[in-house]
Design a protein around this ligand. Structure first.
Ligand code: ZN
Length: 105
């Protein structure tokens, strides 16, 4: 598996969109999202992922809250209305890029 840091600059937008995509369907948390990204071939360390999540929250795309279960606490992230709008616009751009990059249009 390729380490994200190898091409971090190129992948960073895709990772952010991927996070928003999953947050649109369900609340996400850091460790679960790292697993999901690994499944797609992005090996990403907590030290890289958490600043991305914080950044998405700072820009208003995600909103987080702490969830306690027993002694453990985890931070859950949910998409905001602004995050949904941004994702929708981004999807159009991804489709456009996909057309050129993959389908040669
Ligand atoms: Zn996924």
């Amino acid at each position: 598996m390729q380490n994200v840091s190898d091409n971090r600059d190129l992948y960073s937008g895709m990772i952010r969109l991927h996070i928003l995509h999953h947050a649109e369907h369900d609340a996400i948390f850091g460790a679960g999202m790292a697993e999901e990204l690994a499944r797609h071939g992005y090996k990403i360390s907590p030290g890289t992922l958490y600043p991305i999540l914080h950044g998405l929250e700072k820009r208003g795309y995600l909103k987080s809250e702490e969830e306690r279960s027993g002694r453990s606490v985890r931070r859950l992230y949910k998409i905001t209305a602004s995050g949904r709008r941004a994702l929708k616009t981004s999807k159009l751009r991804v489709r456009e890029l996909f057309g050129e990059l993959i389908e040669g249009k």
